[in-house]
Write a protein that binds this ligand. Structure first.
Ligand SMILES: Cc1cc2nc3c(=O)[nH]c(=O)nc-3n(C[C@H](O)[C@H](O)[C@H](O)COP(=O)(O)OP(=O)(O)OC[C@H]3O[C@@H](n4cnc5c(N)ncnc54)[C@H](O)[C@@H]3O)c2cc1C
Length: 496
């Protein structure tokens, strides 16, 4: 803490929040339910608190002199330090600079937070990247003449100034998917307007991290039958009147001994079902009202969010490589060719994801809004590879552990004078004590087999749309003309 107060960053002016400031700011009027019970203080709630502590430690890291350049930058307008999460990259080099922050948040959470503090700013960046397209004439549902492009710019400024973290919600409540969008229960829609803003009602189904964040950025996915009043893209404070957050069951191990659950004790990003009951959204937080053309931009705007997802998967794959190596070294199986083959599969997975990220970055380009972005087809193909192969990689890690992944014991068993010595004598690995080997297995359990890991695996599979959608996207967006020409020439085809 002394280091934080004395850091040069503080002395030269800052827009950064400390971890304790972030936690204090969560004590607002938010309405959150866990297990059917309304929560007074989210920071003290077992399902939410440890995850909040982990996020708070990332806020504190912003003041660490060794991390200042990775996590923060100079605000282009005020000259003060602000979070790099809100950077607007205008070149390949700046995109790579911004990626270092993704690597940091991915490593700090071992890839278990898909929506760490630096994810949602990339959604705002996506809108900013197409800002000129948001400068449209007011649509049918716009009572006042909103300048959406200016609102987007203002929002990014607001994010930088306040060190804001947000949830980003799109998915609708899962009910009857065969019902037309307009009649679907819970479709978020505009139900009123005043000169000062709009009023929305409905629900969003998976608001990851909302109860642990300051704001929510929300929209609806475009469907052919989406009614105009369902065309809305906006942001709101989590504690706005009319918002209710219902948390799913917890999946981590709050309060556990770090030996027993080296990952699970650190908590989780929680997912919430979000009710919007006549929520007022001031004009300056509205990015679209009633314009289907703007909703169509969601895919293009999510480019940086998807780059975040793929980068995190790459970092996580490198963690998997390290884990695979540690497992085999600790039980003395590194000399077995079949075992080496399995480790190699994990290495190939990590290298492939890295290649996709680097290729997407280096073959990116500028958007109409003057932002440098990664190439979308490399991202889409990379995301597909990352989720198609994730179950196989998890399976390999589990396979490498053998019985060790199940026959794990808590610290208390080792400390017990009657049984602990048996465990110490009978379970040491190759150059590693029984205690250390079991600790590693406890970590692999948390990473691959626990309820935390189960939620993460499901998250990876669907969070930025499931594989069938991703395949269709690649099919629709990948330009095959040159390749068709090549094949046509080689085959000697004459027809057009
Ligand atoms: C842990 C977790 C966290 C999440 N966090 C967020 C978040 O922060 N923000 C957010 O907006 N969303 C989030 N999501 C939601 C995620 O985006 C959706 O789960 C995903 O887009 C799939 O939508 P759905 O769940 O509504 O699937 P459903 O519409 O209920 O469909 C179920 C399945 O049917 C198949 N299917 C349905 N329709 C089609 C189709 N047209 N083409 C092909 N296959 C189809 C797919 O296999 C799909 O998985 C999260 C989900 C999970 C599980």
């Amino acid at each position: 803490m002394t280091e934080i107060i004395e850091s040069e960053v503080i002395r030269t002016g800052t827009q950064l929040r400390s971890g304790s400031q972030y936690k204090k700011d969560l004590l607002d009027a938010r309405r959150v339910w866990v297990g059917g019970r309304q929560v007074d203080d989210v920071t003290q709630e077992p399902t939410l608190g440890p995850g909040i502590d982990l996020i708070a430690s990332m806020f504190d890291d912003q003041f660490d002199p060794d991390l200042v350049d990775v996590l923060t930058m100079e605000d282009p307008q005020t000259g003060e330090r602000c979070s790099r999460a809100w950077q607007i990259p205008t070149s390949h080099e700046e995109l790579v600079q911004r990626r270092r922050l993704i690597e940091y948040t991915s490593l700090r959470t071992a890839g278990t937070f898909g929506r760490p503090p630096d994810l949602a700013p990339l959604v705002a960046l996506g809108m900013y990247s197409r800002a000129p397209l948001f400068q449209r004439s007011p649509a049918a549902f716009s009572k006042s003449n909103h300048d959406f492009a200016a609102n987007i710019e203002r929002y990014i400024e607001h994010g930088r100034r306040t060190n804001l973290i947000a949830a980003e919600v799109l998915a609708d409540p899962q009910n009857d998917r065969s019902a037309p969008a307009g009649t679907a229960a819970g479709l978020l829609r505009i139900v009123g307007q005043t000169d000062d803003g709009i009023v929305v009602s409905g629900a969003k189904s998976v608001g990851t991290i909302a109860a642990q964040a300051d704001e929510i950025i929300f929209t609806n996915l475009l469907r052919p039958d989406l009614p105009p009043e369902g065309c809305v893209w906006a942001a709101t404070r989590v504690d706005a009147e009319g918002i209710k957050l219902i948390c799913r069951e917890g999946v981590s191990n709050p309060g556990a001994d770090p030996y027993d659950h080296p990952l699970g004790y650190k908590g989780e990003e929680a997912d919430q079902f979000i009710i919007f009951d006549n929520v007022f959204i001031p004009n300056e937080r509205v990015f679209n009202v009633g314009d289907t053309e703007l909703i169509k931009l969601y895919g293009a705007c999510s480019q940086w969010g998807h780059w975040h997802v793929l980068t995190r998967m790459w970092v996580k794959a490198e963690i998997f490589v390290g884990v695979a190596q540690l497992i085999t070294e600790s039980i003395g199986t590194t000399g077995i060719p079949q075992v080496r083959n399995m480790v190699t599969e994990v290495i190939a997975y990590a290298q492939t994801l890295k290649a996709f990220v680097l290729a997407a970055e280096s073959s990116g380009g500028m958007t109409p809004g003057g932002v440098y972005g990664p190439d979308i087809n490399f991202l889409t193909a990379g995301r597909l590879h990352s989720i198609d192969n994730y179950p196989r990689i998890i399976h390999i890690l589990q396979e490498l552990c053998g019985q060790g992944l199940v026959m794990r014991f808590p610290r208390a068993a080792f400390d017990n004078p009657e049984i602990g010595h048996y465990l110490e004598q009978l379970l040491p690995g190759h150059g590693v004590s029984a205690r250390e080997k079991v600790r590693l297995m406890n970590f692999v359990w948390d990473l691959t087999a626990s309820s935390l890991a189960g939620r993460t695996a499901i998250f990876e599979n669907v969070n930025s749309t499931p594989a069938p959608f991703i395949r269709e996207r690649l099919y629709a967006e990948f330009d095959r003309e040159r390749m068709v020409g090549m094949a046509r020439d080689l085959a000697g085809l004459d027809y057009e």
